[in-house]
Ligand binder design. Structure first.
Ligand code: HPA
Length: 271
């Protein structure tokens, strides 16, 4: 990855901004509406950023939304890029690097996931304590550009302890119950087989999805603090006697959208 490309995009975006974002948010399936509640919105469709891939998934809008959330300058991705769309891990992580150069030092990454832990229910919100990168990909493969970050980044506290503690406090204060656990990131685009879900449970996963790990790796490489929130949109394959569908994922995300928005808004206010 050439630091130069990242810088060019950041400079072009920066030129149109009243305030540089302090916090970057990646909004997962069904969770994108939070960006509509920002104040002083300036939206940039991904098509207007030639270096960005174009999001191809139904339910993902495909734009950057700059604005203020709880008074804090933020930037959100409404729609993200996935490995299963055919993008490289480097492409998937590219926006995170741009956000870092724009000035964001906190990344709040969100996603929809399947509940692997049997105690979870669709509609639960789970703080991501750690992840399993089972995609077989890593955005840092290839020559390392020291301007972007170190060759061998530490991942022992990839999900920031203080941000986790803050999120727990906010959940308690707002009366929003929060689960916690390990997110397994897989390549997709197929949902898993029941045997794969049993395997993931043995490996220590509590939730499974097709995103997030590449973005978090790039964020840690760049020295950002990361908070991860997963919306359990369905129980993972084989737990209930029913097929999985993308519709269910979007519906649950939208149903929980308000609660999710209150939680994230208050976390950002207290950062
Ligand atoms: N598996 C993988 N990804 C997902 C799921 C799931 O069950 N639900 C939402 N994203």
């Amino acid at each position: 990855m050439k630091a130069e490309w990242v810088r060019q995009v950041a400079e072009r975006l920066d030129a149109g901004l009243a305030q540089r974002p302090r916090v970057a948010l990646i909004l997962g399936s069904g969770l994108g509406e939070l960006a509509e509640t920002f104040e002083d919105i300036r939206a940039v469709p991904y098509e207007e950023i030639p270096e960005f891939p174009v999001s191809t998934v139904i339910g993902h809008a495909g734009r950057l939304v700059f604005g203020r959330l709880s008074g804090v300058p933020v930037v959100a991705m409404q729609g993200r890029f996935h490995l299963y769309e055919g993008y490289t891990a480097e492409q998937v992580a590219f926006p995170v690097r741009v956000f870092r150069l724009l000035g964001a030092d906190v990344l709040i990454v969100t996603n929809a996931s399947g509940g692997v832990h049997r105690g979870f229910q669709p509609g639960d919100l789970m703080l991501i304590r750690d992840h399993l990168n089972l995609t077989g990909k890593n955005p840092l493969v290839g020559p390392n550009d020291e301007e972007l970050g170190p060759r061998f980044p530490d991942m022992s506290a990839a999900y920031d302890r203080e941000l986790l503690a803050l999120a727990r406090r906010v959940g308690r204060d707002l009366g929003i119950p929060l689960r916690e656990g390990v997110y397994a990131g897989l390549l997709g685009p197929t949902f898993e087989t029941p045997a794969e879900i049993r395997m993931l449970r043995i490996l220590g996963a509590d939730a499974v999805g097709m995103s997030t790990v590449a973005e978090v790796i790039a964020a840690r490489h760049a020295g950002m603090r990361v908070l991860g929130i997963s919306c359990i949109t369905n129980m993972a394959a084989g737990i209930l006697n029913q097929p999985l569908s993308h519709e269910e994922v979007i519906e649950t995300g939208q149903r929980i959208g308000n609660t999710f928005g209150r939680l994230v808004g208050e976390i950002v206010r207290r950062l």
